[in-house]
Design a protein around this ligand. Structure first.
Ligand code: UT7
Length: 321
């Protein structure tokens, strides 16, 4: 028994910001950004919230699956950029979808969040607790980015992707691995509100993304192929058996590095980061939805999904489409 993705959906904010637009904000160039990252543009919220984007992506995933909101048992939102601490984005989405039978909660594993949420749904469904789930990756990172820091503001984008999954007897997710290394959290962080109460007043740190890009780059190129090899060994498969590697969209050079380490043709690694940048937990489900709607995912295909990011966190799963 396993779980199978039955429907996908995604939504991006309307406003598209090109690399040339960013040259008006920071000292950079379209050429530098394309060469170092592969990114050409990204979508940025002008008012859409994480919940707005998530609700829209969920509606499309449900329509694609031919399901109604009241058929959802579990609603998981992976996000690191919610508008408020409470209630969770998942509970707000539940309310707007009228998914009255669902239990809803958020999960934060940064850019590995969608994958961790998918694995969580797998575990619940495998254990017989629930039969179906809506799994969402949704971010408005533009409010966490320091728009004067050229090292980070060129990378990120806003958006949401969702998948509807159900229990299945054959195929579906064949195996997964997930890892965390909290000892290396400093390389990619974003502070929240400072402690301020009648008994303490801790000076506030700037609540913006701070990143050691080279460290994150080296971590991704080393750990992601190792995680993929690990999950392939678990399922008795080799990289050659995989039709498509749907990776977190952080940097095209990272994807190239991973393809090289796995000795696989880069054509097996679809990309959309040129148009949407790095959308953290939304990256994998948005790309999956694009591939699905373009008819590029055929029944029976073997896919690897792999995400990595702040925490540090990383993981991979193998599935039959
Ligand atoms: O989901 C995970 C999230 N994070 C990531 O995936 C980030 C992974 N890391 C990366 O993608 C890359 O490290 C970056 C794209 C962030 C940076 O690329 P890099 O090749 O590692 O550049 P660098 O940081 O070593 O900087 C090289 C030069 C520096 O100038 P100097 O010191 O050599 O004079 C930077 O100041 O490029 C400069 N630079 C820029 N120049 C133009 C940094 N950002 C920019 C920019 N435009 N936007």
């Amino acid at each position: 028994m396993s779980i199978k993705i039955i429907g996908t959906g995604s939504t991006l904010p309307e406003k598209c910001v090109t690399n040339n637009d960013l040259t008006k904000l920071v000292e950079t160039s379209d050429e530098w950004i394309r060469e170092r990252t592969g990114i050409g543009s990204r979508h940025v919220s002008t008012g859409e919230t994480v919940t707005d984007l998530a609700v829209s992506a969920c509606e499309k995933a449900l329509a694609d699956a031919g399901k109604s909101a009241d058929q959802v048992d579990l609603l998981l939102v992976a996000t690191c950029s919610p508008e408020c601490g409470i209630p969770s984005v998942a509970c707000q989405v539940q309310s707007r979808l009228v998914a009255s039978n669902a239990v809803a909660f958020d999960l934060n594993a940064a850019c590995a969040g969608f994958l961790f949420a998918l694995n969580t749904a797998w575990a619940y469904i495998e254990a017989g607790v629930y039969r179906s789930a809506l799994i969402v990756g949704a971010e408005v990172l533009s409010k966490l980015v320091d728009w004067t820091d050229r090292g980070t503001c060129i990378l990120f984008g806003d958006g949401a992707g969702a998948v509807y999954v159900e229990k299945c007897e054959q195929g579906g997710i064949l195996g997964f691995v997930q890892h965390s290394d909290g000892s290396r959290g400093e390389v990619l962080k974003c502070d929240s509100r400072a402690l301020k109460n009648p008994y303490a007043d801790v000076p506030a740190q700037a609540p913006y993304v701070q990143m050691d890009g080279r460290e994150v780059f080296a971590f991704a190129v080393r750990q992601v192929p190792a995680g993929i090899q690990e999950v392939l060994e678990q399922t008795g498969m080799a990289p050659e058996d995989i039709d498509m590697f749907v990776l977190h969209q952080a940097n095209y050079r990272i994807i190239e590095g991973i393809a090289k380490r796995l000795k696989q043709d880069i054509a097996k690694f679809p990309v959309n980061l040129n148009k949407v940048g790095n959308m953290s937990s939304a990256a994998i489900p948005v790309l999956l939805d694009e591939l699905n709607r373009a008819g590029r995912l055929q029944k029976g295909m073997k896919l690897v999904l792999s995400g990595f990011g702040a925490g540090l966190t990383w993981g991979a799963c193998v599935l039959t489409w």
